[in-house]
Design a protein around this ligand. Structure first.
Ligand code: SF4
Length: 484
């Protein structure tokens, strides 16, 4: 049993301690083949999911698709000769996945597709449907059958059924009244393309223009990569039709309050993306500044846990005047999870992922800035490494308040007892990770850093209060949802 425990601990360190993000969605429509630009978009959004990737296109008569397990570059390898000719058409959707619901198998990979009485439907989804089990039972009673364990299939079947029964506009309205949870989607119905965002706008979704095409994307960085321009975020509760010549709002039915996931700014999204009008990099620099203002300590150098803690460390340095330096180097090519057979091999694998620079660390009082701490094994390992390299003091500053509750809305943080901060004081955590001092960002400073009111953000994993009803958990806005 002891061996199993060790294996789990070390494999977690090797895999990384950060929660995995859910999925990336892309949809493109224009006058020319879209495959190549969907592929580039998915590569740009690879950080949102590395488990599987897929693309579906429509050529005016037929749907074409390919999906597989692994990175985008592994699924669409050149030796397979997957070219625009194979996935032809001027409209298509793409998806990368990290499962938060359903098992890690090919049949659960996106986009999900069906041939229905209204034609081919292909759907890419980011988020999590919290009442998927109930909807699935209801749909089964009405004759639907399911091939997978993914909540996205339930979402697709619900939308397909409601559109078939009530027409396009009313069908989407009916589906939205039944679906609970987080859903940002790109949906292709034959040669039409739609963007759909849940009434709270929990997960991001944005639209832009690239040449003579219009693009739906989880993040705005895609528009820069493709040489285009952002147009705007999809509004919470909006169904948007994206056409070859422009965009058209079909309807907007928002909840009374938004509940944008705060973790997008803290950790998930690329720093070069802007989400709901707030640049991610800017929010992270603000976080670092606030950390320095509220939790200052004398030190010689500020370093970041790479890569996602860099902007926060930079902000800390700017505010405190303590120089920023690169103290930790991440090996970009050791990201994939693996379990080594011996203790020595496991230890070597940790070093393979992350190493420190002695000249930056030795003899110094170090401020170590991380964007967030979930399970705590990586930060403990890094502190050890810094001390072994001769650090005189290690002061940890965390750019997110303590994570104490699971996420039910599309992020891989499911079990309460996996959180380092659950049921512990900051002092207890400091002792456990072996830091000289430890400070977390406050919730007030987090909302101020993002620049949005606290009640417009989802902070369920920090407070246990969620924007939708989660059985057995507290919820914030359910009364408003019922009136929706
Ligand atoms: S619970 Fe946390 S991670 Fe999940 S959507 Fe809310 S803020 Fe984001």
């Amino acid at each position: 049993m002891l061996t199993v425990a060790f294996l789990q601990l070390d494999s977690e360190i090797i895999a990384g301690q950060k929660p995995s993000d859910h999925c990336a969605v892309v949809g493109i429509i224009g006058h020319n083949p879209v495959f190549a630009n969907i592929l580039i978009s998915l590569k740009s959004l690879q950080h949102r999911g590395q488990e599987s990737a897929g693309i579906a296109t429509f050529d005016g008569e037929m749907i074409h698709h390919k999906k597989g397990m692994g990175l985008v570059s592994e699924v669409f390898v050149e030796r397979d000769h997957v070219t625009p000719t194979h996935l032809s058409g001027a409209v298509g959707v793409g998806h990368t996945r990290y499962s938060t619901e359903g098992s890690k198998t090919l049949e659960n990979a996106g986009p999900f597709m069906i041939s229905s009485s209204i034609g081919y439907i292909a759907l890419s989804h980011n988020g999590e449907i919290t009442n998927a089990d109930k909807l699935k039972e209801d749909l089964k009673k009405k004759g639907a059958s399911f091939m997978t364990s993914a909540d996205t299939e339930v979402l697709l079947m619900e939308i397909s059924r409601d559109i078939t029964e009530s027409g396009m506009k009313n069908g989407f309205r009916v589906a939205m009244s039944r679906l609970k949870g987080a859903y940002s989607c790109a949906i292709m119905i034959n040669d039409r393309l739609f963007a759909l965002r849940d009434p709270h706008g929990i997960r991001p979704l944005t639209v832009g223009k690239v040449g003579d095409s219009y693009v739906i994307s989880s993040e705005s960085c895609v528009f820069d990569v493709l040489g285009g321009e952002p147009i705007r975020d999809v509004k919470p509760g909006e169904l948007l039709e994206v056409k070859p010549d422009g965009i058209e709002t079909i309807f907007v039915s928002p909840a009374k309050k938004t509940a944008h996931c705060m973790f997008e700014w803290v950790y998930f999204a690329r720093p070069d993306s802007t989400i709901d009008d707030v640049e991610v990099f800017k929010a992270r620099v603000n976080v670092g500044r606030n950390l320095a203002m509220q939790n200052s300590v004398d030190a010689d150098v500020v370093i970041a846990v790479p890569d996602s803690g860099r902007a926060q460390a930079l902000g800390y340095s700017m505010q405190s005047g303590i120089p920023y330096n690169e103290g930790l180097i991440k090996n970009r090519y050791s990201d994939r999870t693996f379990i080594m057979p011996t203790q020595k091999a496991r230890s070597d694998a940790v070093k393979l992922k992350l190493n420190s620079i002695r000249s930056v660390i030795a003899g110094k009082r170090v401020i170590l800035v991380d964007d967030s701490v979930v399970r705590g094994n990586t930060i403990r390992h890094i502190i050890n490494m810094l001390r072994n390299q001769g650090a005189m003091e290690v002061h940890v500053r965390v750019g997110c308040p303590p994570i104490i509750s699971p996420c039910f809305l599309g992020v891989d943080m499911k079990t309460k007892n996996q959180f380092l901060a659950a049921n512990k004081t900051v002092e207890q955590i400091r002792q456990e990770i072996g830091a000289d001092s430890l400070a977390y960002l406050s919730i007030e400073s987090l909302t101020q850093s993002i620049g949005k009111p606290g009640d417009s953000l989802c902070m369920g994993c920090l407070t246990g209060v969620y924007p939708v009803n989660i059985t057995g958990e507290k919820y914030a806005y359910q009364a408003e949802l019922e009136g929706y």
